[in-house]
Design a protein around this ligand. Structure first.
Ligand SMILES: [Zn+2]
Length: 257
């Protein structure tokens, strides 16, 4: 299967794109087109196999929302769409230098906007966030977030603060949201989550100390659940699902994370 290769020279020199990602100017809906004419202001996003991928805004797009596409596209195309969307947002958010106010321009040989006056570079925004499966014996910590649909239970998650390590973020988030201490934080896997710019860093950790106590605002219920008594958990396509599935798939005594 073809993979997506990033481009760091975003200037589009060709007139036709084998693969084009069109963004609706009004709704932000996305259409994947083939052999499309490239307008000025398009980004060269990268390539899938031998095919160049180009992204641009258009007035009439027969598209779908990014959330709808999440469950439909193959991994390479989804990576291209995520990258394209980040570059579109970069151009919108970093059109002027935050240091000196000068209009920025596309940087040479970097996926960034550059200030021609002071040289400041602006890269696509990535917000690292942790998501953690906390084990206690044969049980896994699951929590109901007030933003979730009723009955849905997921993993503890939250943004990494400036200056903080991944391990420290896991320990802090779990303590803030459900009041317990965890230890032995270890990496599981990651996923870019484009709502809007998160890099979800999946981990496992072990229960250490304390009683569950929900913050009542973000987390309204939480508990340690055994494999045979699980509530409704997140569907496919998320790193949360992969963490829970890895835990579910373990034979007794074989720890995958
Ligand atoms: Zn500047």
């Amino acid at each position: 299967m073809s993979t997506f290769t990033y481009s760091f020279d975003l200037n589009c020199k060709k007139s036709m794109a084998p693969i084009a990602i069109l963004f609706d100017e009004a709704s932000g809906d996305i259409e994947i087109a083939t052999n499309a004419r490239i307008p000025s202001g398009a980004f060269h996003v990268g390539s899938i196999g031998e095919k160049d991928v180009v992204a641009f805004k258009a007035k009439t797009v027969n598209g779908k929302s990014l959330r709808a596409l999440q469950g439909e596209l193959d991994e390479a195309t989804l990576n291209a769409v995520n990258r394209a969307r980040q570059l579109m947002n970069l151009k919108r958010r970093a059109g002027y230098c935050g240091c000196c106010g000068t209009p920025t321009k596309l940087a040479d040989k970097a996926a960034a906007m550059r200030c021609p006056r002071c040289g400041e570079l602006y890269f696509p925004r990535v917000d690292p966030a942790i998501i953690v499966g906390v084990r206690r014996g044969a049980s896994l910590l699951l929590a109901h977030n007030s933003d979730f649909t009723p009955q849905l239970y997921g993993l503890i998650a939250g943004f990494v603060e400036g200056g903080e390590s991944i391990e420290a973020a896991v320990i802090r988030e779990v303590r803030e949201e459900v009041g317990i201490a965890v230890k032995n934080v270890r990496y599981f896997g990651s996923q870019f989550w484009p709502f809007p710019n998160s890099l979800m860093i999946g981990c496992f950790a072990d229960y250490d100390d304390g009683e569950l106590r929900c913050d009542g605002v973000e987390i309204t219920d939480a508990g340690f659940f055994r494999r045979d008594s699980l509530p409704t958990t997140p569907g496919p396509g998320s790193v949360a699902r992969r963490i829970i599935d890895a835990w579910l798939a373990e034979d007794s005594g074989v720890r995958l994370g």
